[in-house]
Write a protein that binds this ligand. Structure first.
Ligand code: GLN
Length: 192
C-alpha cells in the first residue's frame, strides 16, 4: 500500500509523518507521473487558491480528477475545498470530485481559528481534538455523502462519500492517528 500526499503547498510533511507512524509507505507527490502507482492520496491544508494555481501549472488537474474518481482521496481543510464539487467561486480551479458544497470563509475573519473536541462517527471515544485554521465548512451534502461530524451549531465538518473523505480541520497537527488510520483502512478496502 502506497499513499501519496499532494506536496504543492501547505501541511504535507506532517501528513507524511502521520502515515509513516502507521507503517504506511508515504510519499510526496507533485508531478503527474508520481500519481500512477499510488493507492491513495491526501490533499493537505494550506491555501486552496495556491494549490489550484500550482496544480494547473504542473498539468495536474486532469490526472488528479481521474485519480479522485477512481482511488481513495482525502482532503483536509484547503484540500477539502479542492475536492469539492461546488465552492461558489467560478474562477478558482477545483477537482469537483466530491458531491459537497463548501463555504471557504465559513468562520469569517475575526474568529478564524479555533480548536474544539469533536465527536466523529466511527472513531469512538474520546472526541477528536480538531484544529480549525481559517477553515471551511460543508454547506450541502448530496445523497450518498455520509456526514461524519458536525460542530455544536450543526455545521458539517467531516464527511465521506465512498472512497472520498473530507475534513475541514487539520488532523495532521495533532498526535491523534485515528483519521489517518481510517483513511488507510479505506485504501486497504479498495485493494482486496
Ligand atoms: N482558507 C484556506 C483556503 O481557502 C484554507 C485554510 C487551511 O487549509 N487551513 O484555502
Amino acid at each position: 500500500m502506497k499513499i501519496g500526499v499532494l506536496a504543492l503547498q501547505g501541511a504535507f510533511i506532517e501528513h507524511v509523518k502521520m502515515l509513516r507512524q502507521l507503517d504506511a509507505a508515504a510519499v510526496q507527490a507533485r508531478l503527474p507521473h508520481q500519481l500512477e502507482d499510488l493507492d491513495g492520496l491526501i490533499i493537505p491544508g494550506g491555501e486552496s487558491t495556491t494549490i489550484g494555481k500550482l496544480a494547473t501549472e504542473y498539468g495536474l488537474m486532469g490526472p488528479l480528477r481521474a485519480f479522485a474518481r477512481a482511488k481513495p482521496t482525502w482532503g483536509t481543510c484547503a484540500g477539502m475545498i479542492f475536492l469539492a464539487k461546488n465552492i461558489g467561486i467560478e474562477e478558482q480551479p477545483i477537482l469537483g470530485a466530491m458531491d459537497i458544497a463548501v463555504d471557504r470563509n465559513a468562520f469569517g475573519r475575526q474568529i478564524d481559528s479555533f480548536e474544539t473536541e469533536l465527536a466523529i462517527a466511527g472513531l469512538g471515544a474520546p472526541p477528536f481534538h480538531a484544529v480549525f485554521i481559517r477553515a471551511p465548512v460543508v454547506t450541502a451534502a448530496a445523497d450518498g455523502v455520509e456526514v461524519l461530524a458536525r460542530l455544536d451549531d450543526g455545521r458539517i465538518v467531516a464527511a465521506r462519500q465512498g472512497h472520498l473523505l473530507a475534513t475541514a480541520f487539520h488532523p495532521e497537527l495533532t498526535d491523534d492517528l485515528r483519521l489517518h488510520r481510517l483513511f488507510c483502512d479505506i485504501v486497504k478496502e479498495t485493494l482486496v
